[in-house]
Write a protein that binds this ligand. Structure first.
Ligand SMILES: Cc1cc2nc3c(=O)[nH]c(=O)nc-3n(C[C@H](O)[C@H](O)[C@H](O)COP(=O)(O)O)c2cc1C
Length: 200
């Protein structure tokens, strides 16, 4: 389904991807989750290091789900509590082949997260990524080793299409219905020198 007012004809997972604030609380099928993680694993990465790591908590496992929910900033907890699963992301700071710093590890994690999000959109799910997490709590709670950095969280699930009932839901629905926009290419695609827009 096309959600985004794209200027050009794009592949449907891109034109149909968005970050919901209202999930309907349905669990996500294990096979669909596995597809998203496999899609992420097929991302390109520097030296094929695959520096990404994921910790997943599915909604059916209430204890694990609420433990992970507690690692999110409060503003994110309110809506992410209705996701079908939560994921914490982390990356390895160094290359495993020589322990040199990997300055593109976060880039590669982001690229894998994009694969994850696009696979999800292609199979009827949506994800909402979050920088708003408590990094030190995550490190302690999940005993993340020193060579790894926790980074973000991802809520994944089925968007709630029903009319909002409560005031909270109305406010979340309002955030979802805000105009979807992107900067025109002329503002960030340059040629020749910094700031000279390409004329497409
Ligand atoms: C790395 C990253 C961190 C984000 N952190 C948050 C967050 O903490 N809370 C939130 O509500 N949305 C967060 N978002 C969602 C963005 O606000 C959202 O992607 C952006 O507004 C564009 O909307 P769209 O994804 O629906 O196209 C984050 C997105 C990304 C990629």
């Amino acid at each position: 389904m096309t959600i985004n007012p794209t200027q050009r004809d794009l592949i449907s997972p891109i034109s149909g991807r968005w970050s919901p604030y209202r999930f309907d609380g349905r669990p996500v099928e294990q096979e669909k989750l596995a597809q998203c993680f496999e899609a992420a694993s097929w991302a390109a990465s520097s030296f094929n290091e695959q520096p990404w790591r994921w910790i997943v908590a599915v909604r059916d496992d209430e204890k694990a789900f609420s433990r992970m929910l507690g690692c999110l900033m409060e503003a994110n907890q309110s809506w992410a509590s209705q996701a079908g699963a939560l994921v914490l992301t982390a990356f390895r700071r160094t290359f495993s082949r020589n322990d040199n710093p990997n300055r593109v590890a976060l880039h590669d994690l982001g690229q894998a997260a994009a694969h994850f999000a696009l696979q999800a959109a292609a199979i009827g799910l949506q994800v909402h990524q979050m920088a708003g997490v408590n990094l030190s709590q995550i490190r302690t709670e999940y005993q993340i080793p020193d060579e790894f950095e926790p980074a973000t969280a991802i809520a994944i699930g089925y968007p709630d299409a029903s009319p909002p009932a409560s005031e909270t839901e109305k406010s979340l629905a309002g955030r979802e219905s805000a105009a979807r926009q992107r900067h025109p290419l002329s503002t960030h695609v340059f040629t020749g020198t910094w700031g000279r827009s390409i004329n497409w």
